[in-house]
Design a protein around this ligand. Structure first.
Ligand code: BYC
Length: 469
């Protein structure tokens, strides 16, 4: 299905036939643009950026690449094609026709979840607001902007649902999505991770690897939703999300590659010497990984959750790839949770957050394996690893406990003493920030990161992906 770009708001939902909705969205559009000017990529509004824009919503839909000034990006409303006679794939309504409208009794639960999803999108743009000023290359600068404009479009996707299906409440929520701000003391973003600063590119790559991957899993579970417009919206968003995780995986991989080159060159594994040579030692990379992984684990919510149970039961949110499972109703099944007080058996529906978290952790391992292969091939024994899912948690039964990366509860004093081994401290951040010098000559890379294997859309790495003059 192609997207109509001739309209003020590009869309494939035939917006022109719903004048009321069109007017409401056209009213919101200038507010979005004001927000983008204020909170979006700092100082790059006038530059041409080599971006991809969706022209259709099938797998070929990404054919269109070209130079665009970001404020002119064609943000719009794109839903994946409908599946004929789609039925609900899980919960108490299993097998019933999917809903084209929100059932009255589920209105506030759906709104809450759409608002939570929507809130993360502008939040991430805000978190990355200043990163462009310290880009390690034009290639990376372009990728940052691609990610930013697509997060902006994901916001549009959720605002369309709020405006289209939730009346005045939805319109008010859409306003609030532009009023909360990442890290704002009075009006912060809803979920913890989205209030953490992303002030250096190592954090950006960790965020796009670990936090965007939470996005993948949450979107996959919402793509199963009984509310068909939400499911179709999320299916299309997932195609955009894949590139963000690619940026994360290759970004971290390139940082490691450069570190290994320096280790070889100096014939040392000494962090101080590696740092003095302008690369990021593997211990620091591990600490950043620990931080963003553990923070992203919190995004799945508590292990035992009545919210999760009712979301599943009522057809709001399924499991990612629900068809993989045999039992789609899960009324009687149970799940053993490992809590600080020992094993606790709960109904499977109540453990859906944990089920998702477990699949997420498995998916995170894939990149780790690749990075570790790189290290091994270079002849070093060090291996990066995911810390235990009990480590450094702020949500759920392990929240706030002094747990080491192996998952053991230790004394608070020992924990406080050793935390600098496990999480980035002031010194790490100061060092990493000191490396963040802007490199903008086409094809040149900052000294702490290796070039990518290839450029964008078959163009060479030294292509001028952002025209800064
Ligand atoms: N921080 O029963 P509980 C993405 C709240 S990322 C702060 O434990 P529930 C993206 C929770 O809201 C994907 N608060 O969990 C990535 C609830 O509050 P209320 C984003 C938290 O409700 C990169 C209370 O604690 N999408 O797309 O089952 C760049 C008790 O909740 C946190 C979604 O998250 C936290 N970490 O599940 C750009 C999907 N965790 O309601 C974008 C929509 C929990 O009592 N959201 N709380 O005030 C959901 O499905 C669920 O809200 C959650 C929580 C999975 C987040």
């Amino acid at each position: 299905m192609s997207i109509n770009y001739s309209e003020k708001i590009p869309n494939n939902v035939d917006l022109a036939t719903d004048r009321k909705l069109q007017r409401a969205l056209e009213h919101w559009q200038p507010r979005f643009l004001d927000w983008w000017q204020e909170q979006g990529p700092n100082n790059f509004a006038a530059n041409d950026v080599y971006l991809r824009t969706a022209v259709g919503v099938d797998s070929q839909g990404w054919a269109s690449y070209g130079y665009v000034k970001m404020p002119d990006y064609r943000w719009g409303i794109f839903l994946a094609d409908p599946v004929a006679d789609r039925t609900i794939g899980f919960g108490d309504h299993y097998g019933e026709p999917a809903w084209q409208q929100v059932p009255g009794e589920l209105r506030s639960a759906f709104r809450r979840i759409i608002v939570t999803q929507g809130d993360t999108e502008p939040a991430s743009v805000e978190q990355q607001h200043l990163l462009g000023l310290t880009c390690p290359s034009l290639y990376d600068l372009r990728n940052l902007f691609q990610v930013n404009v697509e997060e902006g479009r994901h916001l549009w996707a959720m605002v369309y649902l709020l405006h289209g299906y939730f009346g005045r409440d939805g319109r008010e929520e859409a306003e609030q999505l532009l009023a909360r701000h990442s890290g704002d003391a009075d009006n912060p973003r809803i979920l913890g991770t989205f209030n953490e600063p992303i002030s250096d590119w190592l954090s950006f790559f960790m965020f796009t690897y670990f936090t965007d991957r939470d996005g993948k899993f949450q979107l996959k579970s919402l793509a199963e939703s009984g509310f068909d417009p939400l499911a179709r919206t999320c299916r299309f968003m997932l195609t955009e999300e894949a590139h963000h995780m690619f940026v994360g995986e290759t970004g971290v991989g390139r940082v490691i590659k450069r570190t290994l080159e320096v280790m070889k060159e100096l014939n040392t594994e000494n962090p101080e010497r590696i740092r003095a040579h302008g690369a990021i030692d593997l211990d620091t990379i591990q600490r950043y990984l620990n931080f963003w992984f553990s923070s992203s684990l919190d995004l799945f919510g508590s292990e035992a959750s009545s919210n999760a149970a009712s979301s599943f039961a009522s057809g709001i949110k399924g499991r990612p790839d629900e068809t993989r499972y045999e039992d789609h109703v899960c009324r009687d099944a149970t799940f053993d949770l490992q809590t600080p007080d020992g094993t606790q058996t709960v109904g499977l529906r109540n453990a859906m957050n944990e089920v998702m978290r477990e699949s997420y952790i498995k998916d995170c391992e894939i990149g780790l394996k690749r990075w570790n292969m790189q290290i091994k091939r270079a002849g070093y024994e060090t291996q990066l690893r995911l810390p235990s899912n009990r480590f450094h948690r702020s949500i759920g039964s392990w929240a706030g406990l002094p747990v080491d990366p192996d998952g053991n509860i230790i004394g608070q004093e020992e924990y406080d003493q050793r935390i600098a081994e496990w999480l980035p401290g002031e010194g790490d951040r100061t060092f990493v920030h000191s490396l963040m010098q802007r490199v903008i000559e086409p094809g040149k890379m900052a000294g702490w990161i290796a070039p990518p294997d290839r450029g964008i859309n078959k163009l060479p790495v030294d292509h001028e992906y952002v025209r800064l003059n």
